[in-house]
Design a protein around this ligand. Structure first.
Ligand SMILES: Cc1cc2nc3c(=O)[nH]c(=O)nc-3n(C[C@H](O)[C@H](O)[C@H](O)COP(=O)(O)OP(=O)(O)OC[C@H]3O[C@@H](n4cnc5c(N)ncnc54)[C@H](O)[C@@H]3O)c2cc1C
Length: 289
């Protein structure tokens, strides 16, 4: 199928894009890499009357590692981050996650900000942003505001970004020294969306686990933090990994679908958490016993 008719806009500055979004109203969509939006339009699952194409806004094409953050402009393609030494040094978990996002042709067009704004509950990058405690910078006619990842994701494909707001930047906190990280997911084929997945970042101090952050994806309407598991692990040794993995999935009720039932997805998520914790610990230079 082909998309329903729409009016196409091609701004060359972020301010111009914001004005176009505001004038077009709720019926407008930002077009970034188009890797999610265009298929949805072709299937008529999305029928925006106005498309604001941000691919010609040069000021949104930047990556900066500064002040404890990796800041990524909204036009940065996923493949650019994947190949960036600067990104790998500042936020290696984000670089690792890129290998799980679709296939190279998808990553050549798809943007980091587009994946976050799209908010697919089975996508990797929203879970990474949540686990790391990042945020997005959005711009509207009223000015700019930062939305922390913990407030951003509101439901499947739903976020706190207003219809007249443009995400201009995604920020990932820099990885602390002596930390380990891992992303583990269960998929039917490599690069598919996850049946279940887990993202972990942690630090070891005097042999004890510190600053552990865990997010799960593919198992609820949004990515979710495993706060009870994090609490159990804080200051603990690796003997707690199994108990923490149980706690991470205890309250989950993943919807059954053709890839698996609720119980299967919960067990898959638990295995992902445990493996991600083990791998993250190995990354600190001290493997789980
Ligand atoms: C075959 C295939 C496999 C895929 N596999 C995976 C996978 O395994 N994991 C995964 O995470 N993703 C996967 N994807 C999705 C891919 O990562 C998309 O690139 C991404 O989800 C959306 O990024 P985009 O730049 O293409 O955004 P678009 O498709 O252009 O936009 C997506 C949505 O976000 C909004 N949006 C985009 N940018 C902004 C902005 N700056 N401000 C406000 N709103 C904005 C749009 O209006 C739209 O609603 C796959 C896609 C395909 C086609």
């Amino acid at each position: 199928m082909k998309p329903a008719p729409f009016v196409y806009y091609r701004p060359t500055t972020a301010d111009e894009a914001v004005h176009m979004l505001a004038e077009a109203g709720e019926d407008a969509h930002v077009l970034a890499g188009g890797q999610s939006l265009i298929p949805m339009m072709n299937f008529r699952l999305a029928q925006p009357g106005h498309l604001v194409d941000i691919n010609f806004i040069d000021e949104l094409d930047y990556m900066r590692a500064e002040d404890g953050w990796l800041a990524v402009g909204a036009r940065v393609r996923q493949v650019a981050l994947e190949r960036s030494d600067q990104a790998a040094g500042a936020a290696p978990l984000v670089t690792e996650a890129m290998h799980y996002v679709g296939h190279p042709p998808v990553r050549h067009r798809g943007t980091i900000a587009g994946s976050i704004a799209h908010a697919d509950p089975a996508a990797e990058l929203p879970a990474v942003l949540l686990a790391l405690g990042g945020d997005v910078l959005v711009r509207g006619l009223q000015g700019e505001r930062r939305i922390p990842a913990g407030e951003l994701f509101q439901g499947p494909l739903m976020t706190a970004i207003g219809p007249d707001e443009l995400v201009t930047e995604v920020r990932f906190p820099r990885s602390p020294a002596h930390s380990g990280h891992a992303l583990v997911e269960v998929t039917r084929r490599h690069a598919d969306f996850a049946v279940a997945g887990a993202v972990v970042q942690l630090r070891l101090a005097d042999g004890a686990i510190e600053d552990v952050r865990i997010a799960l994806f593919g198992v609820a309407g949004t990515p979710v933090r495993a706060t009870e598991a994090e609490r159990l692990l804080q200051g603990a040794s690796e003997e707690r990994l199994r108990e923490a993995s149980d706690a991470a999935v205890a309250d989950l009720e993943p919807s059954p679908d053709m890839h698996g039932g609720t119980d299967y997805r919960r067990r898959a998520a638990k295995a992902c958490v445990q493996r991600a914790l083990e791998r993250a610990l190995e990354g600190t230079g001290r493997g789980a016993s």
